[in-house]
Design a binder for this molecule. Structure first.
Ligand code: COA
Length: 164
């Protein structure tokens, strides 16, 4: 049984992330889509809100689960019995940082391999930041994020609560 961890900030999750997770689930027995709690980024949605959205996005997929982890990704992967870290690659601009992270993770634990999946063409320009900026400015993000995320963006804009 091969377990893979797909980690990120997912603030919020987009169809780009979902595509990577779903394709990873065709390659591995179990895929854990995990929110890193410490990323030095200023967050728009709390960890609990991001997890809530991710759980809804993956509810229909038996092999995919959503979770969150503190500290090091390789430590979390080890704890979960995962031997693979999944990363999506959108463009050449992603390469340098991804290569650096993969090298550091390998240095930290050489038993865990990083595997890159190329983003589909229609997702190469999407990032969580561009989704937030577009939505806040009044633009449509339909087709780029699931309806549940669109709904959460609207609620955040209106100052309404996102969690049930
Ligand atoms: N579709 C859409 N967007 C994508 C994408 C895809 N396929 N792939 C990447 N992105 C976007 C994300 O939305 C995100 O956008 P944002 O910057 O606007 O938020 C951006 O690309 C970065 O992606 P993300 O996967 O969130 O990476 P990150 O650089 O924020 O975080 C972690 C990387 C969380 C995996 C890394 O910081 C980590 O492992 N942290 C834990 C601590 C640790 O182990 N540190 C040592 C690691 S070397």
């Amino acid at each position: 049984m091969t377990v893979a961890v797909y980690a990120g900030t997912f603030d919020p999750i987009t169809y780009g992330h979902i595509d990577i997770a779903v394709r990873a689930a065709k390659l591995f027995d179990r895929v854990i889509v995990a929110v890193a709690e410490e990323t030095y980024k200023e967050n728009y949605f709390s960890i609990a809100e991001r997890l809530y959205l991710m759980k809804q996005c993956f509810a229909a997929y038996d092999k995919i689960e959503a979770s969150a982890f503190p500290g090091l990704l390789v430590a979390y992967a080890r704890e979960q019995g995962a031997s693979v870290i999944i990363r999506g690659m959108r463009a050449v601009s992603d390469f340098e940082m991804e290569f650096q992270m993969a090298a550091m993770n390998r240095k930290l634990d050489e038993q865990i391999e990083t595997i890159f999946l190329p983003a589909q063409n229609q997702n190469t320009f999407i990032s969580s930041s561009i989704i937030k900026k577009t939505f806040i400015a009044g633009g449509s993000v339909q087709g780029l994020v699931p309806p549940v995320v669109e709904d959460a963006l609207m609620k955040r804009k209106q100052g309404k609560s996102i969690l049930p």
